[in-house]
Design a protein around this ligand. Structure first.
Ligand code: GDP
Length: 407
């Protein structure tokens, strides 16, 4: 019985000894047969061990069936296994659901996900935006509300949740104080991570310790989109910027909510100034959307949620390889790459191996001679050409030619 429905579970055999990255044929057959008759696949990885080549091989099998799948990260009891869980994103099977089978943690959440995957059609909004229609889209959008003490985080969370607050209980990996609560906005479930517990601690321990608090980073890691709340009366103090950098370093989509907007007199000028400040001070991520709100007066909340959903779409954006390479040729023609040991560096080919955040790899000779300036130019040009504001963009350069070239 899973969340009120009768479900038949089929368990497949554990992994046999085999060459790394391969699956013995008998096992492959058995697994394929089980998946063919299934409505939903639960793909389990060991979060403490991290992702191993066999996981990637099995993930490809799951992809090949085209069946909806839920990625389950096991052995996440307490605070363990988190690194492995983040690695698991790379399997391309959506968000890992952290559980501990042995300790019974996270099972309630998993049951809800199973029920949702089996019972619900993809949301209309997801179909409209052309996102994948597999199990990932019916998972709640995970949003963390972060910021220094007294900027109005708790007020905002309460305003967003309104009357229908539904606390889903402590999340594995987060502290008991940091709770998650779901709200439904335009047919889409948004799971808010409220870090109210951090605040209580901050008042006792002081700011310095609070900033070092790993719970902030944990909340950021759990989220897909992070709302950085700043106080309009004291915007972008050092702590605000430190948190902003943390969000960018973790590769999350960022929205800045300028709270207490009701107290601002010259709103036009203020917004213009703040845009400039953000562009300069959070320079890693260009185009961060600023949303003026008043949590107290419940103003601007719809715009905020709209921005959150849009940022998530950008964060998940995949650019087709041909378009990417057309852009690359133009970008290099417009502004030539630097030279290394007397010869101009030429990036021959680029692909986007992953999203969340959008991550690109360029192949060239003498990659080590590339300058940070030129990489920044490419990232900014890429961001503009494909309209990807407010999300970190990763660009790596590797030695070599086009890895997919036939010759
Ligand atoms: P937190 O520490 O970030 O969770 O901040 P709180 O939500 O506890 O808010 C800190 C203070 O700011 C409280 O006195 C709130 O009433 C006040 N506050 C929060 N939002 C607003 C707002 O939009 N306008 C005004 N004027 N005050 C606000």
């Amino acid at each position: 019985d899973v969340a009120g429905s009768a479900v038949i579970m089929v368990d497949t055999a554990g992994l046999e000894e085999s060459a790394p990255g391969t699956i013995p044929s008998r096992m492959r057959k058995q697994t394929e047969t089980a998946m063919r008759s299934a409505d939903l696949v639960l793909f389990v990885v060991d979060a403490r061990e991290g992702i191993v080549p066999a996981d990637a091989a099995f993930a490809r099998l799951v992809h090949a069936t085209g069946k909806p799948a839920i990625l389950v990260a096991n052995k996440c009891e307490g605070r363990r296994g988190l690194d492995g869980m983040y690695e698991a994103f790379s399997l391309g099977l959506g968000d890992p659901v952290p559980i501990s089978a042995e300790h019974g943690e996270g099972i309630g959440d998993l049951e809800m996900d199973i029920a949702a995957a089996l019972g619900e059609k993809p949301l209309a909004s997801d179909v409209a935006t052309g996102s994948d229609t597999n199990a990932t889209t019916i998972r709640p959008l995970r949003v963390a509300i972060v910021g220094r003490p007294n900027v109005g985080k708790s007020t905002l969370v309460n305003a967003l949740l309104g009357e229908e607050r539904m606390i889903t209980g402590p999340e594995p990996g987060l502290t008991r104080d940091a709770i998650a609560a779901d709200l439904v906005w335009q047919g889409r479930t948004i799971r808010l991570f409220d870090t109210a517990g951090l605040r209580r601690k901050a008042k006792v321990d002081g700011i310095a310790e609070w900033l070092g608090n790993t719970d902030t980073i944990r909340a950021i890691r759990f989220a897909e989109v992070v709302v950085l709340v700043v106080d309009a009366e004291r915007p972008f103090e050092k702590q605000d910027l430190t948190i902003g950098d943390m969000i960018a370093d973790e590769g999350r989509a960022i929205i800045v909510a300028i709270n207490k907007w009701d107290l601002v007199t010259d709103k036009q000028k203020m917004l213009k100034d703040l845009r400039e400040t953000v562009g300069e001070r959070l320079a890693q991520v260009q185009g961060i959307l600023l949303v003026p709100i008043s949590a107290l007066a419940e103003r601007g909340l719809d715009k905020l949620l709209q921005a959150v959903v849009a940022a998530n779409d950008t964060w998940n954006r995949r650019i087709p390889t041909p378009e990417l390479n057309r852009w690359l040729q133009e970008a290099m023609a417009r502004h030539a790459a630097p030279s290394s040991r007397g010869r101009r560096i030429k990036i021959r080919f680029m692909t986007q191996p992953s999203t969340r955040p959008p991550t690109f790899v360029g192949f060239c000779q003498r990659a080590d001679g590339m300058t940070e300036d030129y990489k920044r130019y490419l990232v900014n040009s890429l961001r503009k050409a494909f309209d990807m504001p407010g999300v970190p963009i990763r660009l790596q350069l590797r030695k070599g030619q086009n890895p997919f070239a036939k010759d």
